[in-house]
Design a protein around this ligand. Structure first.
Ligand code: NAI
Length: 363
């Protein structure tokens, strides 16, 4: 019976101790009887110079800051890699046009939307009440309150851009605080809006009326730098801006300028447009070369976390489970429930994606 098992090798890039822990534990728990999965964990990110590590593996598993460029894709294709398993939800780091009809790409559409929404709420609360400043002060024996004045969130207005899984949960949390919630999405869900007394408005109204603005849409070529000089100029001077979506949604230079001019009350950032250089690594002993990043972390009213919004026990377990299921489904059933392709993600794609009829995006 053992001989009937399909064997599959995964090259796992950008592996951290917690990834390894949860993937090994989950693989054991799943105890598949139709497939034998071996995982080789590599600490390196996937780049053209490390892609060679994927030789001999049918599956490559990557995270948010591995760049799946045309060059990397053609190397993986040459090595016979059949599947790229993203262990994240976003897929802006994949050249979907280049990978189309070469290698299938699957992702984990939702591991814990609660983890991300709750992190956004934590950033908001910390910034608003200056908990980070208070924490440092009291540890230093400084019990003064000057400069720690916050605002009641109750009765204020929050604007949520992108009302998918995460945006909706944050909207519910903020509604729970007693905030008025304004919503923005390409595909409004009026039923949902009603359930939280919220309202879909045009983007400009959202910018003008919100005391808190939080970004929860995916990064696409159309919305890159949607938060820029112009949009910031429409916002209230006291706005708190939250980004747990993708760094590229914000023009960071424009944000720095606005912070310098005191035009923003606070920014809570879990993502940064040039984060792949720094995030997930210890740079505490090296000088930061990125002047925009260095400037951002210097502001007392900026809270920057290192793309950790997803980082809960529940989410890590779910990422491992869904990724391994994605691999099993592809290898054993030749189907891909969680595939993304150039057609199904391109609104004006000329060809239609075949996933609904065939169970795979292309074959
Ligand atoms: P989702 O797919 O459920 O929701 C995204 C929503 O954004 C959809 O309703 C979509 O219609 C809308 N949308 C797309 N383009 C838009 C635009 N230009 N303007 C307004 N709305 C637009 O995705 P989910 O799970 O809520 O995640 C949202 C994003 O959060 C992901 O794309 C990912 O980039 C990011 N994320 C960040 C994590 C972190 O650890 N910081 C973890 C997980 C996701």
């Amino acid at each position: 019976e053992e001989a009937m098992k399909k064997k599959i090798d995964i090259a796992f890039f950008d592996a951290k101790p917690y990834d390894r822990q949860y993937f090994e534990k989950t693989l054991k728990e799943l105890a598949y009887d139709d497939i034998e999965i071996t995982i080789d964990f590599f600490e390196s990110k996937l780049t053209a110079s490390t892609a060679g590590l994927a030789k001999g593996h049918q599956v490559v598993c990557v995270f948010v800051n591995d760049k799946i460029t045309e060059k990397v894709i053609s190397m993986l294709h040459e090595y016979g890699v059949e599947l790229i398993a993203l262990r994240c939800a976003g897929y802006n780091n994949v050249d979907l046009e280049a990978v189309y009809k070469k290698i299938h790409v699957v992702r984990v559409p939702a591991y814990s939307p609660h983890a991300v929404a709750e992190h956004a709420a934590a950033l908001l609360q910390t910034l608003n009440r200056r908990i980070h400043t208070a924490y440092n002060r009291t540890r230093d024996g400084n019990f003064a309150l000057a400069g720690l004045v916050g605002q009641d969130l109750y009765g204020k207005t929050a604007g949520i851009i992108g009302t998918g899984k995460i945006g909706k949960i944050l909207a519910q949390i903020l509604h729970g605080y007693g905030m008025n919630v304004l919503l923005d999405d390409l595909y409004p869900d009026e039923e949902f809006a009603k359930s939280i007394n919220g309202k879909y408005v045009d983007r400009e109204t959202l910018y003008r009326e919100s005391d808190v603005i939080s970004l929860h849409c995916p990064l696409t070529p159309e919305n890159r730098h949607m938060i820029n000089d112009e949009s910031i100029s429409l916002m209230k001077k006291n706005v708190i801006l939250l980004n747990t979506g993708r760094g590229g949604l914000i023009d960071s230079r424009a944000l720095v300028d606005a912070l310098k001019d005191g035009r923003i009350r606070g920014a809570g950032l879990d993502v940064y447009e040039e984060e792949d250089q720094y995030f997930f690594e210890d740079w505490s002993l090296a000088p930061i070369q990125d002047d925009v990043l260095a400037r951002l972390i210097q502001f007392p009213n900026v809270l920057l976390t290192s793309h950790q919004a997803f980082l809960t026990e529940e989410a890590l377990g779910e990422i491992a489970r869904v990724t391994l299921e994605n691999v099993r489904q592809w290898v054993v059933e030749r189907k891909t429930a969680n595939e993304v392709c150039y057609q199904c993600t391109t609104i004006n794609g000329k060809e239609k994606c075949t996933r609904q009829e065939t169970g795979v995006c292309w074959s």
